[in-house]
Write a protein of this length. Structure first.
Length: 303
């Protein structure tokens, strides 16, 4: 009997501790402090419209944390009002602006699942793409994130691609396409970095296969010429002279300006000041256009 009483006492202590841990937090998961608008006016008894407008003002003014609190109140207190869906949608943007990328993706997924026919669903795909794109950051490890992990970039590409294919009239389509081009180049460069590593380790079969994957999967990216060079060198080291010559012939025929302006290409890719404007790598061989630095300087001063 004493053991039962002791067990009940322990359960009561745990329950009290659990309640204490939630002190100051309401059912929305946010602080239970009084709700206020930008001017400091209390919103505890405000209707859905006023809560929503106050949340949007905070979002526009660059305070996404306060906006999220009010958006959550709209959804919790007025789930069937016309403002609930709008608050849910703008919460996705608020999480993104607060750099809470994982939360933004989760909120976007919920919105897409619950409201797939919403008139602004293209915006949700766009924000989800941006969130996954920005999740590929250095984090605590530092350095270039593309050299460690590219899964978020690949997911961002998928998000943008869904937007481009399914919503051709979307105002976000053009920017999504630009992001897709950049992501393709970054993913191709990641594969090239791996191929370069194998090349340095004299793992020529692995290097040639990785370079070939760039050509097969990222045709049109600016890493393809280097992939052909790696294939040529790897095949030559393996004694496969015919394949090496084929790779060299394709490089010269398809990317004549890469061969002609290789040094300047990599100077500019490394972020150094351009000596001249590079012609398109896959256009007929031509001289680069000299950049008139004096003229650029004059134009800058005139502005």
């Amino acid at each position: 009997m004493r053991k039962i009483v002791l067990a009940l006492c322990i359960l009561m202590v745990l329950a009290i501790t659990g309640c204490g841990g939630d002190k100051g937090v309401n059912e929305t998961g946010y602080s239970d402090e009084p709700l206020i608008d930008r001017e400091g006016n209390k919103l505890d008894s405000a209707d859905a419209g006023r809560l929503y407008e106050s949340a949007r003002e905070f979002l526009v003014d660059g305070d996404p944390d306060r906006a999220l609190r009010l958006y959550a109140e709209v959804q919790a207190r007025f789930p069937f009002s016309p403002y609930a869906a709008q608050a849910e949608m703008e919460s996705v943007a608020a999480h993104y602006k607060a750099q809470e990328y994982e939360a933004a993706v989760s909120a976007a997924d919920r919105f897409i699942k619950q409201r797939p026919r919403n008139a602004h669903i293209d915006y949700i795909y766009y924000i989800r793409g941006l969130s996954n794109y920005d999740r590929n950051d250095p984090g605590l490890l530092g350095g270039d994130p593309d050299k460690r992990d590219t899964r978020f970039l690949k997911q961002a590409f998928t998000d943008f691609n869904l937007l481009v294919e399914n919503y051709p009239q979307s105002v976000y389509r053009k920017d999504a396409q630009l992001h897709m081009v950049e992501i393709r180049n970054r993913l191709a460069e990641f594969e090239i970095n791996v191929a370069e590593y194998y090349l340095r380790r004299r793992a020529y079969v692995a290097a040639s296969r990785r370079a070939d994957s760039v050509i097969q999967r990222y045709q049109g990216s600016d890493s393809v010429p280097r992939a052909l060079e790696i294939m040529e060198e790897s095949y030559a080291k393996l004694g496969l002279s015919d394949l090496a010559e084929d790779a060299r012939a394709i490089l010269q025929a398809s990317y004549p300006n890469y061969v002609l302006h290789r040094d300047e290409f990599y100077r500019q890719r490394a972020g150094e000041t351009p000596r001249y404007a590079l012609p398109a790598m896959d256009s007929p061989a031509s001289e680069g256009e000299v950049i008139d630095s004096d003229a650029d300087s004059d134009a800058t001063q005139a502005q």
